[in-house]
Design a protein around this ligand. Structure first.
Ligand code: GRG
Length: 275
């Protein structure tokens, strides 16, 4: 049942995003590059979380669709820029050429710029002006110089110990994942205690996502570097950390009652993910 609901929500998101992109009046090559990145087979973790959070607090997801789109636009830009030669210099993502390989470096930079900027136009589609204003602030804090970008700065500088590693990951990936869920709850008018419960669970979920990412990466990398929990801890310790973090996320979401069941199930999905 929870799986069906998730599929339906992601299907609604894809339809909303397709309709949104169809209206964009961008130069054709820029739009093609942005579409290559945005519709490139991502798991849609952040939109799913935004919509599940909205369902958990209000029993409806529709009003959170612009927010879900905004967060995925930011996520997509971050991947396009992260793959550039000046950053991670990756040729492939999701089994396809990265944006700068499929197009060219300048186009990929500009596609990232346009995706990021468009995120704020998407937030502006939220009907209630006060809510939209609140969500702009949330997005800026999560994605900007004190959030995801700060995490990328810390990652590039290198992290020496597990405390610094966790702090870096909370900014680099955790902040946007947390904001995705929190904003979903805000977009449907969640009460302060409901938004706080969603935020608390999503903070743990962000960490959980990163722990599973390290475990998945370790299946490919021979020697995990200081950016991986497996560099600092044994596999058994990392597994125990995963269980603890998943339990904390389930506990926070579970307090919201029956409507949060799909959100609780989503925690297990992330904990046991294979991609
Ligand atoms: C360039 C400002 C700037 C930031 C980049 C988030 C980030 C910062 C870079 C991503 C690099 C990376 C591989 C991080 C590890 C975890 C992560 C966020 C993976 C990608 O997210 P998924 O798995 O991606 O949700 P999909 O492909 O499913 O959309």
């Amino acid at each position: 049942m929870a799986d069906v609901q998730l599929k339906v929500l992601v299907g609604r998101f894809e339809a909303y995003a397709e309709a949104y992109f169809a209206e964009l009046d961008w130069p054709p090559r820029l739009l093609a590059a942005a579409r290559h990145a945005f519709f490139g087979g991502g798991k849609r973790v952040r939109p799913a979380l935004a919509l599940l959070a909205a369902e958990a607090v209000a029993g409806l997801a529709g009003p959170a669709l612009p927010w879900a789109l905004a967060v995925e636009l930011v996520h997509t830009y971050s991947l396009v820029h992260d793959d550039l030669p000046a950053m991670d210099d990756d040729d492939e993502r999701r089994g396809r050429p990265t944006c700068h390989k499929a197009f060219d470096e300048a186009t990929a930079i500009l596609a990232g710029d346009a995706l990021l900027t468009e995120a704020f136009a998407a937030v502006a589609r939220i009907g209630d002006a006060m809510t939209a204003q609140r969500l702009v602030g949330l997005l800026v804090r999560a994605a900007g110089g004190a959030g995801m970008v700060a995490g990328q700065v810390a990652d590039i500088a290198g992290v020496g110990d597990p405390v610094a590693l966790e702090a870096m990951q909370r900014q680099k990936t955790g902040a946007l994942i947390t904001a995705a869920a929190e904003g979903g709850a805000i977009a449907v008018g969640g009460e302060a205690d409901e938004v706080a419960a969603i935020r608390a669970g999503a903070r743990e979920l962000g960490l959980l996502f990163q722990i599973t990412d390290d475990l998945l990466d370790a299946e490919q990398d021979a020697e995990p570097d200081g950016r991986s929990y497996l560099h600092h801890f044994s596999r058994a310790e990392v597994q125990a950390r995963l269980e603890r973090t998943a339990e904390a996320a389930r506990g926070a979401f579970g307090g919201l009652g029956a409507r949060a069941t799909p959100l609780v199930a989503f925690v297990d999905r992330i904990a046991h993910r294979t991609v």
